[in-house]
Ligand binder design. Structure first.
Ligand code: ATP
Length: 220
């Protein structure tokens, strides 16, 4: 269990906080808006109404023990930057922050923010990828055009083996998991028979995955 600070409890900050709590972590939630803090106070581990541009007030929140503090303030550039500056002064080691523009990103980067998030842009990319590859449930970019993807197998493939549907050349992709509800087969072999209602998790080059994915879902 880790302890996180989330500053700014708008939709992004609130949703992140609730998910972290669901995952079993402690969350200190902070916002200047009394109503937003009150709405979440029962669920958060600790909460505070605070204008985070005030260094003294921020210092009193004792966020320096947090594993990560997420600054989820987007629109008010001055508040976001001052907050990061104060967190650094207080001694918070790892800060993640939301950015709403290129210049916002540049300054956060100069201030030593560990990870800068662009929620709308990142979500836009994910939605475009989902529209382009509707068969892919989840994906993660591994860099250098390699991806890890989860694909729901077509019901028409029931009774076939993985060998029947996947190409012989496995240089550019690897089968990682075959999942059926909570049953997981790690690195399934080529003779594994598809039973139905399964998902396959693979890692591979974009080129390899693009040629394989349609075979996993198309009607035969
Ligand atoms: P979202 O897109 O997450 O819904 P939003 O549209 O409300 O956010 P943001 O400017 O990103 O707009 O603000 C996020 C939250 O940060 C708001 O709830 C706001 O009250 C809070 N906030 C802004 N400035 C401060 C500040 N100086 N101190 C504390 N909280 C602040």
């Amino acid at each position: 269990m880790a302890q996180f600070g989330v500053i700014g409890l708008g939709r992004f900050g609130a949703r992140t906080s609730l998910e972290l709590l669901e995952l079993g972590h402690e969350v200190i939630g902070v916002d200047a808006d009394e109503k937003l803090v009150e709405e979440l106070a029962d669920q958060l581990t600790h909460s505070a109404i605070c204008d985070v541009t005030d260094e003294k007030a921020l210092n009193e929140l004792d966020l320096s023990n947090c594993d990560v503090v997420l600054v989820a303030i987007g629109e008010d550039l001055q508040a976001s930057l001052l907050c990061v500056l104060h967190l650094k002064t207080i001694g918070v080691e790892t800060i993640w922050a939301k950015a709403t523009s290129k210049s916002h990103h540049q300054i956060l980067s100069k201030l030593g923010v560990s990870r800068i998030i662009h929620p709308e842009e990142e979500m836009g990319i994910r939605v475009a990828q989902a529209l382009n590859y509707p068969m892919v449930n989840e994906y993660m970019s591994l860099g250098h055009n390699w991806f890890c993807v989860e694909i729901a197998l077509g019901e028409n493939l029931e009774g076939k083996t993985l060998n029947d549907i996947l190409p012989d050349n496995t240089d550019n992709f690897h089968l990682l998991l075959l999942k059926k509800r909570d049953e997981v087969t790690v690195t399934p072999g080529p003779e594994t028979t598809i039973e139905g209602h399964e998902t396959l998790v693979m890692a591979g080059s974009l080129k390899a995955l693009k040629s394989i994915a349609p075979k996993l879902v198309e009607e035969s």
